[in-house]
Design a protein around this ligand. Structure first.
Ligand code: FMN
Length: 167
């Protein structure tokens, strides 16, 4: 039986959900049975042999409760390979935070799992989707607008995961 992989994510505006879908597409192309689910809708990891977990950053904090997820599933998460990704604009706009701090926080949050790979992808920031306050703040902070998701980099990262996970 080929291994089954779960890609679990949190997303408010949909850009992280798109990245989770692109990662899952690579796994499926490689022949792995793959599910994509929002973190909060995952009740059990029993049927999965590997986990990829992703969350965007909002105001310096993870949107998804990764530590809570890891605690709920600690028995299983300690025994299957885990990889994680953070999404935000920091990779294209360093004033939004330090990429290494975010990836370090994600690595700690998935404990007791020891992630085989953790990265941060650039997301998307569209100010017309935001309320007045965030729009104004975005302008004031000169946050670049656009969809910065690098589909080539996302697919390349996903393609390397099964070997790193030993599945
Ligand atoms: C109000 C607000 C705050 C944000 N704060 C940060 C931040 O502190 N650091 C960062 O790198 N990106 C930040 N972002 C960018 C989001 O992480 C980015 O838009 C991401 O793609 C959103 O993911 P989602 O579409 O899955 O919700 C912020 C975006 C908004 C709208």
């Amino acid at each position: 039986m080929p291994s089954r992989i779960l890609v679990a994510y949190a997303s408010r505006e949909g850009s992280t959900s798109g990245i989770a879908g692109a990662i899952a597409d690579e796994f499926r192309k490689a022949g792995y049975g793959t599910d994509v689910k929002e973190i909060e809708s995952v009740h059990s990891l029993e049927e999965y042999d590997a986990l990829v977990i992703g969350t965007p950053v909002y105001s310096g904090k993870f949107l998804g409760d990764i530590a809570g997820f890891a605690a709920r599933h600690r028995d299983r998460i300690a025994h299957i390979p885990v990889a994680g990704f953070v999404v935000g604009i920091a990779p294209v706009y360093p004033k939004a935070g330090d990429v290494h701090v975010f990836t370090g926080k994600l690595a700690s949050a998935v404990a007791p799992a020891k992630a085989v790979a953790i990265t941060m992808f650039a997301g998307s920031f569209q100010s017309e989707q935001q309320g007045f306050l965030v729009r104004s703040l975005g302008k004031m902070m000169k946050i670049p607008e656009g969809d910065f998701r690098d589909w080539g980099a996302i697919s390349a990262w996903a393609r390397e995961l099964p070997a790193k996970m030993g599945i």
